[in-house]
Design a protein. Structure first.
Length: 237
């Protein structure tokens, strides 16, 4: 049973700095988060701009439950500007790559696999479908269960449900589904599948927004493990 709590982030990238930002988050911040906060990188992806706002990345971080997240926040909100003073150099470097973003705390369906389990199972894709779904208040958990029931329908095109989450600290109206898709052609096949379209309409969601992403070079889905200190690059690069 997955009892982790996750931070989900949409990050606004400055100009052409998306590659540098993704490297900075995985190679530089990833190991720090593991060592100092028991935080794992669930994933860092580049959003395909033709399917949504650009230039952006999507980041997800896995914490050891609510207490683990609380400990991380307690370490963060202590310095100038509510930022960990030991990371002042890291923050300064990151500021040159990003202009802001939008975060949410999300909790997984109990059967959603942790990033360690996903890596062990070899789950990955050439492309990932990220779906942000809104429903009537109180129905987000039900949407996740119905998405699980629809896994077999998606599997006809190789789409694998890598994550199912509902937004916390809200009124149970929002869910996030993450599908790992082996090839771009299998994504296209899924998009034109009338049965999948009918399945989505049948869920009665208020909104259903799907974007596409590709993983960063050091995303755990791609390398099959957490980024390590040996993967780090000089911050001046």
């Amino acid at each position: 049973m997955n009892e982790c709590v996750y931070i989900h982030e949409f990050i606004d990238i400055i100009g052409h700095h998306r590659a540098s930002y993704m490297q900075h988050m995985t190679a530089n911040w990833g190991p720090i988060g593991q060592e100092e906060r028991n935080q794992l990188c669930f994933g860092v992806w580049a959003l395909i701009g033709s399917t949504g706002p650009w230039p952006k990345t999507v980041n997800m971080w896995e914490h050891d439950g609510w207490s683990g997240l609380a400990a991380s926040f307690a370490k963060e909100a202590v310095g100038r500007g509510a930022q960990d003073p030991s990371l002042e150099r890291w923050w300064a470097k990151a500021a040159g790559f990003r202009s802001g973003g939008s975060d949410r705390i999300v909790v997984p369906a109990p059967w959603t696999r942790t990033i360690t389990e996903l890596c062990a199972a070899g789950v990955r894709g050439d492309v990932y479908a990220h779906e942000l779904v809104t429903v009537e208040p109180g129905r987000a958990a039900d949407l996740l269960e119905r998405a699980r029931d629809g896994s077999e329908l998606h599997a006809r095109h190789g789409w694998e449900l890598a994550g199912a989450f509902r937004t916390a600290m809200a009124n149970e109206h929002e869910a996030i589904l993450l599908w790992a898709i082996p090839t771009w052609q299998q994504w296209a096949d899924g998009e034109r599948d009338a049965d999948l379209a009918r399945w989505r309409r049948g869920l009665g969601a208020a909104t259903w927004n799907r974007i596409l992403m590709v993983d960063a070079p050091l995303c755990p889905f791609r390398i099959g493990r957490q980024p390590a200190r040996g993967d780090r690059v000089d911050w001046q690069d």
